[in-house]
Write a protein that binds this ligand. Structure first.
Ligand SMILES: Cc1cc2nc3c(=O)[nH]c(=O)nc-3n(C[C@H](O)[C@H](O)[C@H](O)COP(=O)(O)OP(=O)(O)OC[C@H]3O[C@@H](n4cnc5c(N)ncnc54)[C@H](O)[C@@H]3O)c2cc1C
Length: 426
């Protein structure tokens, strides 16, 4: 079967509420210009408007084009790293604020969904991090201990309870995180855009920023048919930098992640697959994720792309995995397939760059951007309204190209394809 849209897949097919936006035309002036219409940029626009500041957001494609429109939709609390690692990597000055801010990030996401009545299949039933080996189970015990010390509502489920929650006996246990949940990620981006518009922000699609120059006390942002003079600029291009920011891609460790969505499952079978509608992923180095959508489709994901020969390998792996983990489904038929590029850093901590007067960027959420993007957009808005760089719970770092960047990403992906191929024998 040919899949019609391998960049945004199911999310493009099922998202409602896409805002009608035009391209920037002519000369404009604003307090804050925002480059990029994903969660970071949209949250910044919304929070600037809520504080009574004018802003213009410029998106190269359509809002949600980047990671925001392609991801798994797991609204996680915190980073991949365990709390103690976060503190040892960024120090106690920023570490505790980062843990607290991102641990509470689902509250901000679901709070905005409630406040603006965003239709994005929002479920907050918790997520399950599943142990696929004894070592994985031990790592989850560590996670549970560290998060409980932080007062987080997490609980490690033993094999039988995990099997009941998941609808499969494939795992040795699972860490339930009651702060987290799932959303339709593109619909959430559309909802944030509509909220920002309603609060007075100006948003433009098809407006790539092709140059950014200092002009007296302003920044001038140029697009193909217009320009903006702004006192401050937030750059929020993350893993999909284009035009003036194309080179930013050298500063991230990219890797691809693909997803396949089945047809809506039979009603009786659906009662037995992730019956609590939790999002789930496992402890394997080449991780797999599972979740449902509102129509009862099962969505499976893992590391890699689905271009050319990779499509066959990864589709066959996805079918085998579903048959193994959820044999009750029987024959597997996929309706949608898509993939996207995740922006990683070498130490798995996002980066905060101050690149000039009133010019800043927070980037690289390492595959966890729904909560963090929404939080850092809000914090960047506060920073541009006269806050201090200390209000952003990350050290200010220089932009430096990642050595071996491409090799790292390619090595991981090539390794994942071999792994997906090798699993044919299991
Ligand atoms: C496959 C995949 C799975 C993921 N799964 C999860 C998950 O389950 N949970 C989670 O929390 N996170 C997940 N993530 C990460 C998450 O999607 C990102 O961290 C998040 O989208 C980052 O938001 P953002 O607004 O910073 O950037 P993006 O959403 O990437 O938006 C950046 C935007 O900038 C625009 N842009 C680029 N250059 C220019 C320019 N010159 N002018 C104007 N606009 C420009 C791009 O077109 C793009 O729309 C996943 C990501 C991927 C790719």
């Amino acid at each position: 079967m040919e899949y019609s849209n391998i960049s945004h897949g199911l999310w493009a097919a099922s998202a409602t509420g896409k805002p009608e936006l035009t391209a920037l035309d002519g000369e404009h002036k604003t307090e804050v210009a925002i480059i990029g219409g994903g969660y970071t940029g949209l949250s910044a626009a919304l929070h600037l408007s809520l504080a009574g500041k004018s802003s213009i957001l410029l998106e190269a494609n359509d809002v949600g084009f980047g990671g925001a429109g392609r991801n798994v939709g797991l609204v996680n609390a915190g980073l991949w790293l365990m709390p103690e690692d976060v503190i040892s990597l960024v120090g106690s000055e920023h570490g505790q604020a980062l843990i607290d801010g991102l641990g509470a990030s689902p509250d901000l996401v679901y709070g905005l969904i409630d406040r603006y009545k965003i239709q994005c299949e929002a479920w907050r039933h918790g997520t399950l991090h599943c142990a696929d080996s004894k070592a994985g189970y031990k790592a989850l015990q560590q996670r549970e201990k560290q998060w409980k010390t932080q007062g987080a509502p997490v609980r490690l489920l033993e094999r039988d309870e995990a099997a009941q929650k998941l609808g499969t006996k494939a795992y040795l246990g699972a860490l339930l995180d009651n702060r987290a949940g799932t959303i339709q990620p593109l619909a959430y981006a559309y909802g944030l855009a509509r909220a920002a518009l309603a609060e007075g922000a100006s948003l433009y699609n098809q407006s790539p920023v092709t140059s950014l120059e200092r002009e007296w006390e302003y920044w001038r942002l140029t697009t193909p048919n217009g320009s903006v003079l702004a006192k401050s600029v937030i750059i929020a291009v993350q893993g999909y930098p284009e035009a003036a920011f194309k080179d930013q891609v050298r500063n991230i460790v990219p890797f691809n992640y693909f997803q396949f969505a089945t047809k809506p499952l039979d009603k009786e079978v659906l009662k037995t697959v992730l019956p609590g509608q939790n999002g789930a992923w496992d402890t394997n180095l080449i991780l797999s994720s599972y979740r449902l959508d509102a129509m009862g489709r099962l969505i499976i994901g893992s590391v890699g792309n689905i271009e050319n020969v990779a499509m066959g390998v990864n589709k066959a792996w996805a079918e085998r995995s579903i048959k193994k983990v959820f044999p009750q489904i029987g024959e597997v038929e996929f309706e949608h397939a898509w993939y996207g590029r995740i922006a990683m850093t070498t130490n798995h901590i996002p980066r905060f760059h101050v690149m000039g007067e009133n010019l800043a960027m927070v980037t690289c959420y390492n595959g966890r951007g729904i909560g963090p993007g929404t939080v850092f957009g809000k914090l960047l808005a506060q920073y541009m309204m006269g806050g201090s760089s200390k209000d952003i719970p990350l050290p200010v770092s220089q932009i430096a190209p990642v050595s071996m960047r491409a090799l790292r990403g390619l090595f991981y992906e090539a390794g994942s394809r071999l792994y997906h191929l090798a699993q044919r024998r299991i």
